[in-house]
Design a protein around this ligand. Structure first.
Ligand code: 4AD
Ligand code: MG
Length: 432
């Protein structure tokens, strides 16, 4: 008997095949068992009728528990009334394992803490399935965007000796006789070296922040896609982000239809993500926030709440540019028109989602960079190599980092970032 994947079912109408999978659910009515079978690629209704299906198989089905593993053979039929449009007329069952106890995740509503505690099993359910498939699609789409534009993928190190973003949120690990190493908060500094070698580069990997933030936007481990381009200014940097986000949203709309539907995502909202994206200078954003009732002061960073009320006003992603120098990282280039600010941009997702990308033009003057390193009390010696990039053919350059889980949260239309990661890490969770 030919074993097939449920995702290919439509090619096997009227044929005898076998599915290798699990029992997702079962309903029995007299001499008929209605099975919901899943094999990871989809779900299929199986119908086992006593007399048509062999007798020992029918009896097995009477005792079988949810999430039992089994091989089911039978004939595929097309039926418009069936949820997926196809059914399996079951002839034979080979039981691989019948669980000894009831599956912990049932039909009743479970609290989020219970589900997270059972994340290793929860992955099998509809909603995590849809979110993580969408995530997989988003990763492929982002990678192909850069690959097709001739960017070189540079895998930057996870163990680093220099602080990438801020000393307040570092994970450190003992590193042999060399003191402490840090888990990467960003690959940016290494990408800056690589962009001077390859012109345009990107990376995509895990990053770590020991932030004590317990919000719906923060994880302690998350994936970041970063791009870095030589001879690119802050304006060009925003253009690149706009192109990338439009490509991503188009790709998701075209390829993740079933997932968006399963998540009940408002597709019309995503269809509005078209260029050009609106832009606000930091000062204008502060004024707008005051109109919206916030009491934020010029000079403060935007908090999560500010981002929410601001982006509820917009249907497209919103750039906020040129923040005050004192709330941003040491490597951002001073704004020649207003030295209190830096040439940077944050991209905020609409519908209240908030920051998904942080980017900037980089400081290309060795002297100003050293001054910034001292201002922020960072150890100059650790940046010796980084400063040398400003000695040997320094050029204007820019780049940005996109938080994958933040983007997946937005695209999926879900409330909390923890569902956008297969096994989320937060300050209160390292299990499973
Ligand atoms: O704005 P951030 O801190 O920028 C950087 O790390 C730059 N070095 C990137 C660069 O220019 N190459 O982080 C970038 C993005 C944020 O916009 C956000 O989407 C995400 O990373 N991010 C987080 N996502 C989940 N949990 C956290 N704790 C995050 N911190 C940042
Ligand atoms: Mg940021």
């Amino acid at each position: 008997m030919q074993r097939i994947w449920i995702s290919d079912i439509k090619e096997y109408v009227d044929k005898d095949i076998e599915i290798w999978g699990w029992l997702y659910n079962k309903r029995s009515k007299g001499k008929i068992h209605f099975l919901q079978l899943r094999d990871g690629t989809g779900r299929l209704q199986g119908i086992a009728v006593n007399g048509e299906c062999d007798e020992s198989s029918f009896n097995t089905l009477t005792e079988i528990k949810m999430e039992a593993s089994l091989r089911v053979s039978g004939k595929v039929t097309a039926d418009e009334r069936s949820p997926g449009g196809y059914e399996l007329q079951v002839k034979k069952i080979s039981l691989i394992q019948n669980p000894a106890s009831d599956y912990p995740i049932g039909k009743k509503e479970h609290g989020i803490d219970f589900l997270l505690e059972n994340r290793h099993l929860w992955l099998r359910s509809t909603r995590p399935g849809a979110i993580l498939r969408l995530r997989s699609q988003a990763i492929m789409s982002l990678r192909s965007f850069f690959h097709n534009r001739g960017y070189v993928l540079i895998d930057t190190p996870i163990l680093t000796g220099s602080i990438g973003e801020s000393s307040s949120s570092l994970f450190s690990v003992p590193y042999f006789d060399l003191g402490e190493a840090y888990l990467a908060q960003t690959g940016q500094l290494y990408l800056e070296a690589a962009c001077m070698a390859f012109g345009k580069v990107y990376n995509f990997g895990p990053t770590f922040r020991a932030e004590k933030s317990k919000t719906r936007r923060h994880l302690t481990e998350f994936w970041m896609l970063e791009a870095e381009v030589a001879y690119l200014d802050s304006e060009g940097n925003m253009q690149l982000q706009e192109d990338m986000i439009c490509h991503l949203v188009e790709d998701i709309l075209a390829n993740s239809t079933a997932e968006l539907k399963a998540l009940d995502r408002d597709i019309e909202a995503l269809k509005k993500v078209k260029p050009p994206f609106p832009r606000l200078e930091y000062g204008e954003a502060i004024e707008k926030l005051h109109e919206l009732g916030s009491d934020i002061k010029w000079g403060s960073d935007l908090g999560g709440q500010d981002e929410t009320i601001l982006t509820k006003q917009y249907e497209k992603p919103l750039f906020i540019l040129n923040y005050p120098k004192k709330v941003k990282a040491f490597y951002m280039k001073e704004n020649p028109y207003n030295p209190e600010t830096v040439l940077c941009s944050d991209l905020l997702a609409p519908e209240g989602y908030g920051e998904i990308i942080g980017g900037s033009q980089r400081e290309d003057s060795r002297e100003r960079l050293i001054a910034r390193i001292h201002e922020q009390e960072l150890p100059e010696e650790a940046y010796r190599w980084y400063l040398e990039l400003r000695e040997f053919g320094s050029v204007p350059h820019s780049g940005y980092g996109l938080g994958l889980e933040r983007v997946v949260t937005w695209l999926s239309g879900i409330q909390h970032i923890r569902e956008a990661s297969p096994f989320p890490r937060t300050i209160t969770r390292i299990y499973p």
